[in-house]
Design a protein around this ligand. Structure first.
Ligand code: XMP
Length: 310
């Protein structure tokens, strides 16, 4: 049985030893893993830590403000890095999911390297967990936050990497967060992938296409907040379909809604969501987003699907 208290005590010692005299940056996206990591490292090294939120333009509605406010409320120094332009540039012309992930990974670490240099910092902390490592090493998908385990030396980006949660699965990370006294809106938060909405825009990622999926995501989250599911989100397809808007035939966008139950993201089941909830989501998405003419619900489990589409 996992003992969160013991884990925290041991981890605090290990973090102090790893960090030594360095200052540390924690890359915090606001998700459970990176926020628990940030809080744990802060507990170990106090003000030697600077948390950064990289605004890559791929986050959910209101997310940058939410994350910075949460970190400050927790007493942690936090800096917002605006990197929207650079990130959209790296996606130009890329449509392959693995290529997009790898491009995201490279820019993510390069941006952190730039900030580390500006702030004269030698260690980056990140919230990698065991499932990320397993899936990347097995070649299922290259999680953006796995480097050393696949033979990339983080020193090539200019720093050492600290991953205090690398041996834990998501339910254990939540237990650590609860034991640390983090608020429920963090410990019980839905997982959200590092490369964010770029994985949910199939095909080319542009600011306009991200905006469509961002709006759809907000509608799905609003309408499903009471379901207690593991992950609820929207995906924008690469192809189009015929529909009717304002009495005119148009060739418009297709959104798929994905709502799954899972323990640890290793397997998942599509939730049998009440039909009226699905109808309401479809009505709102097609009414509130002008380009969308069709809304689908994904009933596939993992395996054979994965949770995300990319
Ligand atoms: P899949 O799609 O493989 O996802 O069933 C399993 C869990 O991992 C999340 N996910 C990611 N998280 N970087 C991340 O930090 C990634 O590249 C990535 N890809 C998937 C996904 O949202 C789910 O919770």
């Amino acid at each position: 049985m996992f003992d969160a208290k013991k884990f925290i005590a041991k981890s605090l010692e290990e973090i102090k030893e790893f960090v030594g005299e360095h200052k540390v940056i924690s890359a915090c996206s606001g998700g459970v893993d990176s926020t628990v990591t940030t809080f744990l490292v802060h507990k170990a090294v106090g003000d030697k830590l600077l948390a950064v939120f990289i605004n890559d333009g791929l986050r959910r509605e209101g997310e940058p403000e939410f994350v910075i406010r949460t970190l400050k409320d927790l007493g942690i120094k936090a800096r917002l890095i605006d990197a929207k332009e650079a990130f959209f540039k790296i996606f130009a012309g890329r449509i392959d999911a693995e290529e997009k992930r790898k491009a995201f990974r490279h820019d993510f670490y390069r941006t952190l390297g730039r900030v580390a240099k500006e702030e004269n910092i030698g260690v980056i902390a990140q919230g990698t967990i065991k499932a990320d490592v397993i899936e990347t090493v097995k070649g299922i998908k290259s999680q953006h936050n796995v480097l050393e385990q696949i033979g990339i030396d983080p020193l090539s980006y200019g720093y050492k990497i600290l991953e205090p949660l690398r041996d834990l699965f998501k339910p254990e990370v939540r237990m650590v967060g609860r034991e640390l006294g983090l608020p429920k809106n963090i410990t019980e938060r839905m997982p959200f992938p590092g490369p964010a909405l770029s994985l949910r825009v199939l095909g080319v990622v542009t600011p306009e296409r991200v905006e469509i999926v961002r709006k759809a995501t907000q509608i799905v989250e609003d309408e499903t907040s009471e379901l207690g599911t593991f992950q609820n989100f929207a995906v924008l397809h690469n192809d189009k379909a015929t529909g009717i808007k304002n009495g005119k035939r148009i060739y418009g966008d297709i959104i798929t809604v994905r709502i799954v139950d899972s323990e640890d993201a290793v397997t998942a089941k599509a939730r049998e969501v009440p039909y009226e909830v699905l109808k309401r989501i479809a009505a709102r998405i097609t009414e509130e987003i002008p380009s969308v003419v069709r809304c689908l619900y994904d009933i596939t489990d993992k395996p054979p699907s994965t949770i995300e589409f990319e």
